[in-house]
Design a protein around this ligand. Structure first.
Ligand SMILES: NC(=O)c1ccc[n+]([C@@H]2O[C@H](COP(=O)([O-])OP(=O)(O)OC[C@H]3O[C@@H](n4cnc5c(N)ncnc54)[C@H](OP(=O)(O)O)[C@@H]3O)[C@@H](O)[C@H]2O)c1
Length: 338
């Protein structure tokens, strides 16, 4: 089968950062389904893993967002059949989706939204799992409206995660959403997805919150540079408020700043369930199935903003380069094999 991978950790624009290569097609066993990959999305995690050294220059396939068609199932698979159209993020400890066929555990996959094509579906899984778990499991926001009207500050909201987090926080929870974006086009994107207010993360966040009448917020969902925003976040969070981030601190930050407000801080890592094979890892497949239903009902829309074809080394280099610039709006997807 065709695959796009590499033997070395290189800058995205270097020729060997991605190579088109023929490799063996894997065989479905146990609870794995074998998927003929039709489209893949690229996330910042791909760029981070790309830069990690390869022990002994081993071949590595990146990609943790895909849609495709089931072509074989392992003996223990009960939820899928050959021919099902699926979408999934997969597991960070397993070979990625940038290959013509990929094995994925059935518990972390779901049937794709029937109203969307493969490219529009591939944009969604990784960021949706992150946003759903961050909002509903880590921050504990009610999915059935019990927290309606509470305020959430989403920092870095026009990117892949924010693009679906805004929609989930509005459609399922009816929160009042204050998104941050720094450009007219990223600001408009957030508003179009349901943000009630958009403020600029490069200006004084506290002053802007005060100006819109939300000096303090119930929740903060920080999607970028948590260390840089930590002091502001601890200033604006309400007593007993909750803060979730999906990114590393990279430097010491003072957790004591939360004590006088009895505020909660929590990390979200969307691969935790799959990499630790937790007993509840099937919740990942369920939330993707629920999301597909919400999309088919018209409650949520895809977050795709850019589709390139085919899936090959040249296009992968270009998309990685663009993502590393840090100003993505929505999601970039690669579709089809040449
Ligand atoms: N823990 C997890 O499970 C998990 C899951 C997914 C992603 N992540 C991580 O979360 C981060 C965000 O992911 P993503 O897919 O949403 O990224 P993305 O799509 O690349 O995000 C791009 C957006 O980030 C905003 N941005 C860039 N620098 C910023 C800054 N200094 N302050 C505020 N906003 C800034 C930009 O907004 P403007 O152009 O408007 O400035 C841009 O729209 C990445 O580091 C990713 O690796 C973690």
């Amino acid at each position: 089968m065709k695959a796009v991978g590499s033997y070395k950790a290189l800058a995205a624009n270097e020729t060997d950062a991605f190579i088109d290569q023929e490799i063996d097609t894997p065989v479905a066993t146990g609870r794995n389904i074998l998927v003929a990959v039709k489209a893949v999305s690229v996330n910042p995690v791909d760029t981070k893993v790309r830069k990690r050294p390869h022990p002994d220059e081993t071949w590595r396939v990146l990609g943790w967002d895909a849609s495709g068609v089931v072509t074989a199932v392992g003996d223990d698979v009960s939820g899928f059949s050959v021919g099902d159209e699926v979408y999934y993020a997969g597991c960070i400890t397993k070979p990625g989706s940038n290959s013509e066929y990929q094995l994925v555990d059935e518990r972390i996959a779901a049937k794709k939204p029937s109203s969307l094509g493969f490219a529009e579906s591939a944009a969604l899984p990784l960021t949706t799992i992150t946003a759903w778990e961050g909002l509903f499991d880590r921050l504990g926001v009610s999915k059935t409206g019990q927290d309606a009207g509470k305020t959430i500050l989403m920092i870095g909201a026009a990117g892949g995660v924010g693009s679906i987090a805004i929609q989930l926080a509005k459609k399922l929870a009816n929160l009042t959403i204050i998104a941050t974006a720094s450009r007219p086009e990223s600001s408009d994107w957030c508003k179009a997805r349901g943000a009630d207010h958009v403020i600029n993360h490069y200006e004084d966040i506290s002053a802007q919150l005060e100006a819109i009448g939300c000096a303090n917020v119930d929740y903060v969902f920080c999607l970028t540079n948590i260390a840089g925003y930590w002091k502001t976040i601890t200033d604006v969070i309400k007593p007993m408020g909750k803060i979730c981030t999906i990114v590393d601190f990279f430097e010491d930050s003072n957790l004591d700043l939360l004590k006088l407000k009895s505020a909660t801080f929590v990390f979200e890592f969307m691969f935790s369930r799959s990499m630790h094979q937790t007993s509840d890892m099937g919740e990942v497949g369920k939330l993707l199935a629920d999301t597909a239903g919400l999309i088919d009902n018209g409650d949520l829309i895809t977050t795709v903003s850019n589709i390139v074809s085919p899936i090959n080394a040249d296009n992968m280099r270009a998309v990685h380069t663009a993502i590393e610039e840090g100003n993505a709006i929505g999601k970039s997807v690669l579709e089809g094999w040449s």
